[in-house]
Design a binder for this molecule. Sequence first.
Ligand code: TXA
Ligand code: MG
Length: 341
Amino acid sequence: MQTTTEILPGNDRVSIERAAALLRAGELVGMPTETVYGLAADALNGSAVAKVFEAKARPSFDPLIVHVPGTEQAQALADFNTQAERLAEAFWPGPMTLVLPRKLDKRGEPIVPDLVTSGLDSVGLRVPNHPVALALLRESDCAIAAPSANRFGSISPTLARHVVDELAGRLSVVLDGGPCDRGVESTVLRVAEAGVEVLRLGALPIERIEEVVGQSVAVRQPSSSPGALDDQAKPSPGMVQRHYAPGTSMRLFESADELKAFEPEGRWALLFAGAIPNGVERFDVARNLSESGDLTFAAAALFSTLRVLDQLMLDGIAALKVPDEGLGRAINDRLKRGSER
Ligand code: TXA
Ligand code: MG
């Protein structure tokens, strides 16, 4: 069914109440978070969750993250071990998703439905650090299932307007919380007895996680065919290689030297962060994600810059890797996946 999609001011009581009422009625709402905008639904309402998959054209093997207002509400839905408690204490509210064993109700049924977790025995949980998301969580009194509010495989939205560009007519309300200050998705961690593993690189740098965990954490490599894998090998089905992709073809360069040897054919854009690479004049458009090379700024600007470049109808986008440390790892991960074909 087609509806018109309205952008409402997120810092307004009446808007929050209206969005909360929609959620409780099983409808979808666009919700700002500090990472990217989410497509929110009541996580415990199966038909609401089904609408999320339909609106995004998202395959049902890709589980959704459940957002809650605090650690206490998270503990009602999943089993926390000591390590998980320590991580929650350190980083919530914030851009970290913990994948933990689902809790069962009195009848032995999982509280979070299978549709949310794609039938996995674990659930991804996060307490977002954004006043509008927290206000919506509290007002609705719902646990909120929310994937990024884009069509499957496309670039995640970092402005309310991007949500409308992606999903107009598929939801009635987007709460406007301004530009997302992190700009890349949460870091997804699996916490098991054996240790902590990164399932998706994201806005919380690994170095900070290691400080809390007290040992090095492994990073799971993306898989090319997530649907075909079993539960064990499929800890984060969203780790499909081609993802976060602009429509314009993108090519990733490991170094300024590799870029120097490249001869663009037609009209190309160059995307980089920091010092201007040699040979920039061969490109029709050049975009610097951060002149000072600040990776926090670069991450915040990444998706909106890709969207702008995508609208220029160029022949290609050449992206130069940023330093592979801190937030740079998440930026390089998104650039790499955007350039898979
Ligand atoms: O920053 C974010 O995480 C944003 C905002 C809206 O919170 N959400 C987001 O959701 O990026 P989505 O659906 O685009 O990505 C969720 C990721 C996927 O890679 C999914 O596979 C993984 O989390 N995930 C969720 N539940 C999981 C589970 N039980 N086991 C393994 N991976 C899980
Ligand atoms: Mg996504």
